[in-house]
Design a protein around this ligand. Structure first.
Ligand SMILES: *Cc1c(COP(=O)(O)O)cnc(C)c1O
Length: 392
């Protein structure tokens, strides 16, 4: 076994956000700043918007909002709920729980009631319970669900949930922050009313932008509902500007340019090919973890990120520190939430965006090396052999 003793020459970012940014995108973002109230900016913005429509697979507008994924999702939640109505909020991980926290925060301002559906971490959203809650509560105006719950590396059946909400007056808000550009998600075909993503996961950009795809029913809702006590987060403002290839407030011009180029890379590779590449990396990684004797954290794994429990005797910060300092590989640990406490118990690696077989193999090999260093009994070479067998 070749254990590295020197710091690695290369850094490989395998955290599930932020992710690595391709050099073409970095170069574009280094160009001189242009003013945003210009024809030049509007042309770039129009191109970006049309690329985003292809990637979200929608004919509707896709808003680009300064902030992070949370900004975009919060804006959608509060702009679209009918004051005095109910929201079904589904959570089986840290991010689903965050969306519940947001409606808790606004409950009195917007006079809304939440029907929280909390399910086990590592399981997909319970479609039958959502169906029942919709049936029992005709005054539900919003359903929130996380497509790929990054904290638990778990996917939910959004297509089945959208089939339910389409038959009701409730709008479906999907957190696609780690599914868009990584997994199959077809906004219009599936009947998703609002699809949100962010720049720093599968979209291959630094943090700083959130995206909101709006379907016809969502646009109609924005027109019907009177705005509440919020300003910058009011999607009506963003939608109004968007019609003129514009934004209401000064945009992060460099990020907008960078995202246009990153979208072009995705579309040039082909969205389906990107999804296939991501899936093969995930399948290979799951096989590698299992071959090392690890237990996966998810029973219904997302292809964006793979997580496993640490074996006994491996200390989280020490392991991740060694993987980072000796191999230049950055991986993520676990998070604590209401549904589970996974800090120190699990670790995760990302398959999103600008990541290929060799990055993944380097990561898996580094993890295997450091597990062996920590005293775990693994035959050297196990992870990569299992990866390649499953990845093909
Ligand atoms: C990262 C992430 C978020 C939060 O996005 P920020 O950009 O950090 O605000 C929300 N949902 C999921 C599923 C994520 O992975």
């Amino acid at each position: 076994m070749a254990t590295q003793t020197q710091a690695s020459l290369k850094q490989r970012l395998l955290t599930p956000g932020p992710t690595a940014v391709p050099p073409q995108v970095l170069q574009e973002m280094a160009l001189p700043i242009i003013h945003h109230r210009t024809k030049q900016f509007q042309a770039i913005f129009a191109e970006l918007s049309s690329h985003l429509q292809k990637i979200l697979r929608t004919a509707g507008p896709v808003l680009s909002i300064a902030g992070s994924g949370t900004t975009a999702f919060e804006a959608s939640m509060i702009s679209l709920i009918k004051p005095g109505s109910k929201a079904i909020t589904v959570a089986g991980g840290k991010f689903g729980e965050r969306w519940q926290d947001i409606y808790d925060q606004y409950a009195s301002f917007l006079n809304i009631e939440q029907i929280k559906i909390n399910h086990d971490w590592g399981q997909g959203a319970p479609v039958d319970k959502i169906a029942q809650a919709l049936k029992d509560n005709p005054d539900v105006s919003i359903v929130t669900v996380v497509h790929s719950e990054t904290s638990t590396a778990t996917a939910s059946d959004v297509k089945a949930i959208a089939a339910l909400t389409q038959k009701t007056d409730a709008l479906l808000l999907v957190d696609g922050i780690t599914s868009v550009g990584a997994m199959e998600v077809a906004m219009d075909d599936w009947g998703i009313d609002v699809l949100v993503t962010g720049s720093q996961k599968a979209m291959m950009l630094p943090p700083g932008l959130g995206y909101v795809g709006l379907g016809e029913r969502a646009i109609k809702r924005l027109q019907e509902v009177k705005p509440g006590p919020y300003y910058n987060l009011d999607l009506r403002r963003w939608l109004k500007s968007h019609a003129n290839n514009d934004v209401p407030f000064t945009p992060p011009v460099s990020l907008i340019r960078g995202q246009k180029v990153a979208c072009e890379l995705i579309l040039k590779e082909g969205l389906d090919n990107v999804v296939t590449r991501t899936r093969r990396l995930a399948e290979g990684s799951r096989a590698a973890f299992k071959a090392m004797g690890l237990k996966l954290i998810s029973d219904n794994p997302s292809d964006s990120v793979t997580g496993a429990y640490y074996p006994d005797g491996v200390e989280d910060s020490k392991l991740r520190g060694a993987v980072r300092d000796k191999h230049g590989v950055h991986i993520a640990g676990g998070q604590d939430g209401r549904g589970a406490k996974w800090k120190g118990k699990i670790f995760r690696i990302s398959h999103m965006g600008f990541v290929d077989r060799d990055d993944t193999v380097a990561g898996l090999n580094a993890i295997e090396n450091e597990f062996i260093e920590a005293g775990v009994k693994i035959e050297p070479g196990t992870a990569v052999a299992a990866f390649d067998k499953a990845h093909g």
